[in-house]
Ligand binder design. Structure first.
Ligand SMILES: CCCCCCCCCCCCCCCC(=O)OC/C=C(C)/C=C/C=C(C)/C=C/C1=C(C)CCCC1(C)C
Ligand SMILES: [Fe+2]
Length: 505
């Protein structure tokens, strides 16, 4: 479904405005009918503070982490939010300036310090941010708010209080892990991270957290799929220039114009990188895998891609996202174009043609031993992205499936919720004038057997409305509204989150 909606009033700017945290949960006004079984908490992370004193944060990923919660209990809904007490937040509040460099905003030494202490501050080394504004997920009994560095922050999902900061470097050999781990039915968590070794070597390490104690990569029953894209961190810049010249993480990325995109496969058990399987295709950016599964000797990989090697994050500066609508549209024309794609990787190197009857994806063995992949396009619309994908994770992760749900981005502005049938390519959408939704989370109906038997939960902002923020509950089959729970506050943009069902008593 391609959006034809225009946004001349630029109401989307409101999702990039600073808000205050709340002292206590506020009641929401419900319209429609909430499914009686839908009891628990929707927890979501995003930026909530977009400037400190007179210093603005510049990039979408820089604002300070705020956790949002909609509680659904016995037909009542409340909304609560709190800033996470990260070091980045506490020090910014204490000094009334940006103290720790964020993704696209550099921190500068305190101008009140004398020249000597400023000099030493410059050379103190890299203070990596703990601004956990990207996602929240459970590890065992605990809940952690995360970004993609080595720091994760334990939070109390009931009170939203910050509990403690954890440095992953103390436990595993990584410099950072994705904000999108996979979780198996027994609670085992898998994640992928980068690791800087000796002599400037760089490795990708898979981290497994056993259940006793979701993805940025693909995982089937037996394989991990890692997509190496042409936008990379320049390690030299990161380790040298970054710490002394007030450079940002954004400045450390480089686009490689010639490498295209590589797919890597590793087996899960035993853990082994399949170095002889060399899959190549043309250049794209990818931030979110939809699903990955094995069938008849092939690994099927469904992805939200952005065509080309130009880095999509270059277009996510707040100044761009806050522009007038006509300017937003002009900028998006120059950016990489989105497409939902299916790639099919043959596991048997001799069998170089994709023989799955239902896909037009191809794989061709080249004389140098590499296999060149061409995708099947599952969804494409000019400057219309299907992003922040979700599936019925508990039933379909790593398995053949039919439905993906996503946030529709119209020239990067989130303005609809979309359901995509990855088998028939049919789409359905929910959309309302001047409404800006977030990633739709699928919650299955208890005991359901049909893949799309459940609801979608999204936080929506409708700037001009009397109650401008609401929790939207959609029926996942038809994408029809079941209920909304409105509150008298704007809710800034959120990236990712989870639904925590009411703990059984
Ligand atoms: C919700 C609607 C938003 C409106 C616009 C959205 C447009 C979206 C277009 C594309 C999709 C983008 C997906 C974004 C996914 C996401 O959640 O990304 C957040 C990721 C972040 C903030 C990553 C941070 C990574 C850091 C800080 C890494 C740091 C490091 C290095 C750069 C070098 C090595 C070490 C280290 C510290 C790990
Ligand atoms: Fe993400």
């Amino acid at each position: 479904m391609v959006s034809r909606v225009e946004h001349p009033a630029a109401g989307y700017r409101k999702i990039f405005d600073t808000v205050e945290e709340l002292n206590e949960p506020i009641p929401a006004e419900i319209s429609g009918v909430l499914p009686p079984w839908l009891q628990g908490s929707l927890l979501r992370m995003g930026p909530g503070l977009f400037e400190v004193g007179d210093e603005p944060f510049h990039h979408l990923f820089d604002g300070q982490a705020i956790i949002h919660k909609f509680d659904l209990k016995d037909g009542q809904v409340t909304y609560h939010r709190k800033f996470i007490r990260t070091d980045a937040y506490i020090r910014a509040m204490t000094e009334n300036r940006v103290v720790i460099t964020e993704f696209g905003t550099a921190a500068y030494p305190d101008p009140c310090k004398n020249i000597f202490s400023r000099f030493f501050t410059y050379f103190k080394g890299i203070e990596v941010t703990d601004n956990c504004m990207v996602n929240i997920y459970p590890i065992g009994e605990d809940f952690y708010a995360v970004t993609e560095t080595n720091y994760i922050t334990k939070v109390d999902p009931d009170t939203l209080e910050t509990v403690k900061k954890v440095d992953l470097c103390k436990y595993v050999s990584v410099n950072g892990v994705t904000a999108h781990p996979h979780t198996e039915a027994d609670g085992t968590i898998y994640n992928i991270g980068n690791c800087f070794g000796k002599n400037m070597s760089l490795a990708y390490n898979i981290v497994k957290i056993p259940p006793a104690q979701k993805g940025g990569f693909g995982m089937t029953s037996n394989y991990f799929v890692f997509v190496e894209q042409p936008v990379k961190i320049n390690l030299l810049k990161f380790l040298s220039a970054w710490s002394v010249r007030g450079t940002t993480y954004m400045d450390c990325f480089e686009s490689n114009e010639s490498m295209g995109t590589w797919f890597h496969l590793a087996t899960k058990n035993p853990a082994d990188y399949l170095k002889n399987h060399k899959f190549r295709t043309s250049a794209f950016n990818v931030f979110h895998h939809i699903n990955t599964y094995e069938e008849e000797g092939f690994v099927v990989v469904d992805l939200c891609t952005w065509k080309g090697h130009d880095f999509v994050y270059n277009y996510l500066y707040l100044a761009n996202l806050r522009k007038e609508w006509e300017e937003v549209k002009r900028a998006a024309v120059k950016a990489p174009q989105p497409e939902v794609r299916r790639y099919v990787l043959p596991l048997d190197r001799g069998k170089n043609l994709v023989s799955l009857s239902y896909t037009t994806a191809t794989a061709v063995l080249h004389s140098d031993g590499t296999i060149w992949l061409e995708p099947e396009v599952l969804f494409s619309g000019p400057r219309q992205a299907f992003e922040f994908p979700q599936i019925n994770y508990s039933q379909c992760s790593g398995k053949k499936y039919s439905f993906a749900y996503g946030l529709g981005l119209n020239h990067f502005i989130p303005d609809r919720i979309v359901k995509l049938n990855v088998q028939t390519k049919e789409t359905r959408a929910w959309q309302e004038d001047d409404c800006y939704p977030s990633e739709p989370l699928f919650v299955p109906t208890p005991g359901a057997t049909k893949e799309d038997d459940g609801v979608l939960l999204s936080i929506v902002v409708k700037p001009g409305a009397e109650r401008p923020g609401f929790l939207l509950v959609l029926d996942a089959v038809e994408l029809k509204e079941l209920a909304r729970a409105e509150v008298n506050t704007i809710i800034p943009v959120t990236l990712h989150g989870m639904f925590r069902p009411k703990p059984s008593s």
